[in-house]
Each structure stands twice: as structure tokens, then as C-alpha cells.
Design a protein around this ligand. Structure first.
Ligand SMILES: Cc1cc2nc3c(=O)[nH]c(=O)nc-3n(C[C@H](O)[C@H](O)[C@H](O)COP(=O)(O)OP(=O)(O)OC[C@H]3O[C@@H](n4cnc5c(N)ncnc54)[C@H](O)[C@@H]3O)c2cc1C
Length: 417
């Protein structure tokens, strides 16, 4: 039985020296078979399991994870949440996720610290501003909140941003999504794990999937380091290791795995109360509740599976941040890390059935899947439960790479996670 988190339970546990809390999720031994197996206990995998149990009544579910829960990108990202993409297909998918974020803390009874402090995408050239106007108009038609702001307004709202004409790439304006913001990344992994476990989902850590059991073109289970586990439906949500798993099932996906880095400064008093991103100088920053500046950029150009990245990207990103915020040039950095992101050719995810019956893939979120965590899990659970895509992920099937119906979001994705 999981404790319900509330002021009252905190008070009661306080009287017992906090020794009465139950573990947030169970860690059972794997059963011989399940209705559905989800591969990967990142944010998307755990969200999928939660929505399978909650919305589709499928509770005989296992999430198998080769490391510990949350050791992948879900706890390595810079937590930016927004939905202002260009094309209807993606804007509506990300907006679905954003709406779920807005009620998530209450829904899963776990504080995911979603802070809607707004996200600015800065424009430095006339062409940037034309692209910003175009995307803002698209967003208005899609029902996504957006504002185009000029340089003067930016200077008033973000005093630390260099809006002078001295800058090498002077700021001309920005698009602003007021409902965008940041959240606590590990909280969403723990929150979904706890909520899914409470509904009966088994979370099995340190259990690597090493192959698929496929008979007559249909999946029958997964071979793992803890033995064969049977299921007639398997959903793979393995982010940077997607193509490795696809290969095990004889499927070739158009996915490249790249390192993506981020770094944080020491903690400072509040100096930045929003999120600022620039594709042109190639960097973005926000300030965490602890006071650290959270900074990131684009991917390392080479393919790889090392969760590190190269120093020249850090140097380039630090230069971009100092260019936008000269006041940060004496900030001291605390730590740096990398994750492995799964990049698709059109910068859009693949949420799809496959040629193997009962085997589904959810991948290709690249540098920007954190924001979609609840939305992605929600539509993927629908796809698995009904063996049919949810209307919001229909356009994101693998088939688009055969038919040519790509959804090119490079402009809205790029550095702007
Ligand atoms: C530095 C960085 C910054 C980012 N910033 C942002 C941002 O600001 N906003 C945003 O929207 N997105 C951002 N992202 C992207 C986002 O983090 C990812 O798109 C998203 O987290 C991927 O989904 P996931 O959480 O399920 O992945 P993961 O947490 O990586 O989950 C995949 C899991 O699969 C497991 N797995 C792999 N192979 C196997 C196997 N064989 N058997 C069992 N388990 C396996 C892995 O161990 C892992 O736990 C960023 C990513 C990085 C690295």
C-alpha cells in the first residue's frame, strides 16, 4: 500500500520520525508472463505503463529497465516544456502533453514542480523574425498560446539579457510561450513509477532486454538477463538505444544516436525567472529552484553511446551564453553531463506499430522529448491497447519514411529543446 502524499501524511509521519513511509514503488521479481511489457523505465516508458493501467485497465504490465529507473535521459535533460512547434501534427501532440503537465502533480499525487515561467525563442536577424512570425501565426491557428515581443519589451522583461546593439548578433525580438516552462525531471520519473506501481504495474530494474521472442511474425516475449518474459504486446521506449533494440527484432529504423550535453553553475540568487533560447548563437539557459543556471546547446555531431560529449561543445555553448548574458561571464560552473538522444531525419518522433505484430516503438524524440513525457505515454498507451494509433500520433508512424510524408520540425526543434 503506497502512502498518499499530503500535508496531513507529512505531519503524521513527522510524529513517527519519518520511519513509516512505504517505498514509492514495488520492486517485484518478474512474472513468467504479462499482457504488455514496456522496455525502458525512462519517463516515456513509465508514463506509458501508467496510462495503460489507468486509462485502458491493462494492469498486468511490466516495465523492464537495464539499469536503474531514471538513469537515462529523463534525469539528464534540461527540463524545458513548451508546445510551440510549427506543423499542426507536432504542435497538437506537444500541446496534448502540455495540457497533461498542467494537471499532473494532482493527478499522480507527486509534486513534479512544473513551473510555467514562460519560454522565449530569441531572434537575431530579419529572417529569424520572419520565421518567428510564421510560427506564431501557425500557433495561433492551432490554439497554442504565443506572443511576439520586440527588443524593448525583452529588455524590460529580462534585464540580464544583452539587448544592446553592441552584441555580435544583436537581439531583434522573440517568440514567447507563456504556458511553457520547466519541471523537475527526476520527479516525473519517480512520480509515474509510483503511480503505475500503485495500479499494479511491475517495475523490474537491472533487467536488460537482449532479444525478442518472435514466432510467425508476432512477438511472444523478451529475452532478458533475468530470463524469458512472455507477453503478446511489447512497447519499446529506449531513447538512445532504440536502434540497438530494433536491430534485435530485425527492424531498421532511421534513427541516429548522438550525445547531448548540459551543464549547471553553482547556485546563485534569482537572476533569470524565465527560459531563454537562441538557435542563432546556439545556447539556452534557465535558473533552477536551487539557483543553478541550467545551460545546454545542440548535439555533438558524431554518433556514439558514451554519456559524456566533447569539450568543444561546452566551450561553444559557454561562449553563446556569455554573448547573450555578459553578466554570466564570471559565473562558476559546477558540473557537466551528457545523455544519448535518438535523432530522426525530420526531428519528429516515431510512435508506431511495426512489421512484427504486437511490437511497438516510441522513439526519435531527439533533443526534445522531456516536454512530451505525459503526452507521449498517453498516446503510446492508446496505440498499444487498441493496436491502432491515437489520432494525435497517426502521422508519426514509421511509414512516413516510405511515403515521404515527413513533418519537418528542424526549425522549431534545433537547439530549442
Ligand atoms: C542533456 C539533455 C538535455 C535535454 N533537454 C531537454 C529539454 O530541455 N526539453 C525536452 O523536452 N527534452 C530534453 N531532452 C530530451 C529528453 O530528455 C528525451 O527526449 C526523453 O527523456 C527521452 O525519453 P525517456 O525519458 O523515456 O528516455 P530515457 O530516460 O533515456 O529512457 C530510456 C530507457 O531505456 C533503457 N534501455 C535502453 N536499452 C535497454 C534494454 N536493452 N533493456 C532495458 N532497458 C533499456 C535505458 O536504460 C533508459 O533508462 C534532453 C536530453 C538531454 C540528454
Amino acid at each position: 500500500m503506497t502512502n498518499r502524499y499530503s500535508f496531513w501524511s507529512l505531519f503524521k509521519q513527522g510524529l513517527k520520525h519519518h520511519e513509516g513511509w512505504t517505498p514509492a514503488w514495488r520492486s517485484p521479481k518478474p512474472k513468467a508472463s504479462y499482457d504488455v511489457i514496456i522496455v525502458g523505465a525512462g519517463g516515456h516508458g513509465l508514463a506509458t505503463a501508467y496510462y495503460l493501467a489507468k486509462e485502458h485497465g491493462i494492469r498486468n504490465v511490466a516495465v523492464v529497465e537495464r539499469n536503474h529507473l531514471g538513469g537515462g535521459n529523463i534525469c539528464r535533460n534540461t527540463t524545458i516544456v513548451r508546445s510551440n512547434y510549427l506543423w499542426d501534427e507536432s504542435a497538437l501532440l506537444y500541446e496534448h502533453g502540455l495540457k497533461l503537465w498542467e494537471g499532473l502533480t494532482e493527478e499522480i499525487n507527486f509534486n513534479v514542480m512544473f513551473s510555467q515561467r514562460g519560454v522565449y525563442n530569441i531572434g537575431h536577424t530579419l529572417q529569424d523574425m520572419r520565421d518567428i512570425e510564421r510560427r506564431a501565426n501557425a500557433n495561433l491557428l492551432q490554439g497554442v498560446d504565443v506572443e511576439v515581443v520586440d527588443r524593448k519589451t525583452l529588455a524590460e522583461r529580462i534585464p540580464t539579457l544583452d539587448c544592446s546593439s553592441r552584441a555580435r548578433y544583436p537581439v531583434m525580438g522573440a517568440s514567447f510561450q507563456p504556458r511553457g516552462g520547466v519541471a523537475r525531471h527526476d520527479a516525473i520519473a519517480w512520480g509515474f513509477a509510483r503511480a503505475a506501481s500503485a495500479l499494479g504495474v511491475d517495475i523490474i530494474q537491472n533487467c536488460e532486454v537482449q532479444g525478442f521472442d518472435i514466432e510467425g511474425g508476432r512477438v511472444r516475449g523478451v529475452q532478458t538477463t533475468k530470463g524469458l518474459i512472455r507477453a503478446d504486446k511489447v512497447g519499446v521506449v529506449a531513447a538512445g538505444h532504440t536502434s540497438v533494440l530494433a536491430k534485435m527484432a530485425g527492424i531498421r529504423l532511421p534513427i541516429e544516436s548522438h550525445p547531448l550535453q548540459a551543464f549547471v553553475s553553482e547556485s546563485y540568487k534569482p537572476v533569470l525567472d524565465t527560459v531563454v533560447m537562441s538557435n542563432a548563437v546556439h545556447g539556452y539557459a534557465s535558473q533552477s529552484d536551487k539557483g543553478e543556471l541550467v545551460i545546454g546547446a545542440g548535439i555533438d555531431g558524431y554518433l556514439g553511446y558514451g554519456q559524456r560529449g566533447s569539450p568543444h561543445i561546452i566551450e561553444h555553448t559557454a561562449a553563446a551564453i556569455c554573448e547573450m548574458f555578459p553578466v554570466f561571464s564570471r559565473v562558476r560552473m559546477n558540473r557537466q553531463w551528457g545523455g544519448i538522444v535518438d535523432v530522426s531525419p525530420d526531428a519528429c518522433p516515431i510512435i508506431s506499430k511495426t512489421k512484427v505484430k504486437g511490437l511497438y516503438f516510441n522513439c526519435g524524440w531527439g533533443t526534445g522529448g522531456f516536454k512530451a513525457t505525459p503526452g507521449s505515454g498517453n498516446v503510446f498507451a492508446h496505440t498499444i491497447a487498441h493496436d491502432q494509433p491515437h489520432p494525435l500520433n497517426e502521422a508519426f508512424s514509421i511509414d512516413r519514411f516510405h511515403t515521404g510524408h515527413l513533418i519537418d520540425e528542424h526549425g522549431a526543434a534545433a537547439v530549442a529543446h
